[in-house]
Write a protein that binds this ligand. Structure first.
Ligand code: GMH
Ligand code: CA
Length: 188
């Protein structure tokens, strides 16, 4: 049996006061946290709107700039100036312009480049050659092909010296003499 003023009860009262203080601080911190979350939500909404407008403006810009001599596919852009060059000249022009000869690595990329060749009604040089090892076409990096779209019976190394690749206006590939003049285009 405990008396009034029992020290153990007094301790409990004190402990309750401490807990009440902690609870108030937690409630305040939580309501502040909720306010911050709302502010952040609002800012994210604003940024999403700005991003959407930028994306729209960029896709409009691409449409304007890429017509009629450029095509955008994934993160790659193909562009042609319309002139015909030997492989060596085409390669040099591309490099100087801050790009490289086209290396279509998928059906989608091949289709985008085909549209340029079709529009110009010219065959275009690709980047790949089998100069290093006859019959083994590689990218300028030395990497083996990850995609190809050879025409039937190609590559045939006709005459024994076809080390470059042209893409026909129908999208099919043919190995061709590097000294021939073909549509010069580039990818960036
Ligand atoms: C040979 C034949 C043609 C083929 C050409 C072409 C040249 O002339 O096999 O059918 O179109 O070669 O491969 O690059
Ligand atoms: Ca050929």
């Amino acid at each position: 049996r405990r008396e009034k003023g029992d020290p153990e009860v007094n301790d409990l009262w004190q402990w309750v006061a401490v807990l009440e203080g902690q609870l108030r601080r937690l409630q305040k911190a939580f309501s502040q946290y909720k306010k911050e979350v709302n502010v952040l939500r609002q800012r994210v909404g604003i940024l999403e709107g700005q991003l959407q407008r930028l994306q729209n403006a960029f896709s409009q810009y691409k449409r304007a700039v890429l017509f009629p001599d450029g095509r955008s596919v994934g993160e790659k852009i193909f562009k042609t100036a319309g002139s015909k060059k030997t492989f060596q000249d085409a390669q040099q022009i591309c490099t100087q312009a801050g790009g490289q000869l086209p290396s279509p690595r998928s059906a989608a990329e091949n289709e985008a480049l085909t549209q340029l060749a079709t529009a110009q009604n010219k065959s275009a040089f690709l980047s790949m050659t089998d100069i290093r090892k006859e019959g083994t076409f590689i990218y300028p990096t030395g990497e083996a092909l990850v995609y190809s779209n050879w025409a039937p019976q190609e590559p045939n190394n006709d005459g024994g010296s076809e080390n470059c690749v042209e893409i026909f206006p129908n999208g099919k590939w043919n190995d061709k003499l590097c000294g021939e003049q073909r549509l010069s285009s580039r990818e960036v």
